[in-house]
Design a protein around this ligand. Sequence first.
Ligand code: ZN
Length: 137
Amino acid sequence: MAKRKSSSKSSDQGMRHLAEAEKALNRADKLQRENQAQLNKLVAEQRAERALREEMDNLPPEVILRARELDKKKKFHRAVAKRVPRDVARDTLHLECGHTHSVFHPDSGNEPRRCSECLDRWLLRESRKLKKKKGAA
Ligand SMILES: [Zn+2]
């Protein structure tokens, strides 16, 4: 009788260990899936970044020429909405468009300045429009 009791007890313990091992395995599985998802996301981000860089390196010349004309008329210049000291040498300019620029504070005033982000967005937009038009023609 006593022998049976002890064997049933050790079998309970074995089941408990098995359940714990299964839980640990599930946790490891979940972690691995999460890591994989994070890795996939990083790879997708890098691919998108590379595609964007390639696009910016291969802008149609006519789009670049139009951007130059507009730039002469200061169409990509934005007013400074706020200037925030960043460290001893630099300030962060918050432009009216929402983009920010880091500048050396002694040699920069608060006059409107070209926003390279707005310019890049314009270049991309116009380049895509042109490619679409050429593709459709
Ligand atoms: Zn901007």
